[in-house]
Design a protein around this ligand. Structure first.
Ligand code: MG
Length: 254
């Protein structure tokens, strides 16, 4: 995995005229918020993305694990695809909202599941239960290591409702539909786009972005991992930080 060349060079090497940039949000475009329910729009980022979206040779999609209402509040930008809950809920560049599953069918099952995890976390420091509507996530990054391991192991024992699965990460556990998948989200958006002369790229920082890297690279696109140092990944290139991502994007504006 190599440092990421400028976008102009990637386009020239691929023989493409335009880029479709798929961007994760937390840890990619912005540093992590104090907790996942904190929604703090970033004026500098909005300015940068709005200048990018004005260009005829760029299309933008932001694909986040956050719920769509948060993504929309963070990025009140017309002309951009916004995907929340790993692409279960989307808004297209024209502002039309769509859902890839039936929320009314799924939510009651998640609502019935929720009290089990609430009881498990009650009175424990360092844990945060995020309810995304479509998914429920335990964030344990502020807990002590041993407590995090014990509680997440117990959380895994609670029976998952039909139509959902567990998805883990470092100090993180989430119950969500299997269709909540950034690779599927990218596929959905690409299937609704004219790709003639277009190079798709996905920039993301965590393991749930790997499916999008794989999906794009299988079709000739490019995955770019955001990480301070090299680590195992399917992405072809690396940028060191959200700051480096913004600098890389800004460079394209000249
Ligand atoms: Mg991220």
């Amino acid at each position: 995995m190599n440092p990421c060349p400028p976008l102009r060079q990637l386009l020239a090497d691929a023989g493409k005229l335009r880029a479709f940039l798929f961007l994760d949000y937390d840890g990619t475009l912005a540093d992590f918020a104090p907790n996942p329910d904190v929604v703090l729009p970033d004026a500098h980022l909005l300015d940068l993305l709005s200048r990018l979206v004005e260009r005829d040779d760029l299309r933008l999609a932001v694909v986040s694990g956050r719920r769509l209402t948060h993504v929309r509040a963070l990025l009140p930008l017309p002309g951009v695809w916004l995907a929340g809950s790993y692409g279960l809920e989307l808004v297209d560049p024209g502002g039309a909202e769509m859902q890839r599953l039936d929320y009314q069918a799924l939510r009651p099952r998640l609502a019935a599941f929720k009290p089990g995890w609430q009881r498990l976390l009650a009175g424990r420091d360092g844990f945060y239960l995020e309810d995304k509507g479509w998914a429920l996530a335990i964030h344990a990054d502020k807990a002590q290591a041993q407590a995090a391991a014990e509680v997440l192991a117990q959380a895994r024992m609670v029976e998952v409702p039909a139509g959902f699965r567990l998805q883990g990460g470092e100090r993180f556990l989430e119950v969500c539909p299997p269709e909540a998948d950034k690779g599927a989200a990218v596929e959905y958006i690409l299937s609704r786009s004219d790709l003639d002369g277009v190079l798709p790229l996905f920039i993301g920082d965590d393991d749930k972005d790997e499916r999008a890297f794989t999906r794009l690279q299988a079709g000739g696109g490019i995955g770019i991992l955001v990480a301070p140092r090299a680590r195992p990944t399917t992405a072809r290139y690396r940028l060191a930080s959200p700051h480096a991502v913004r600098r890389w994007l800004r460079a394209y504006l000249g």
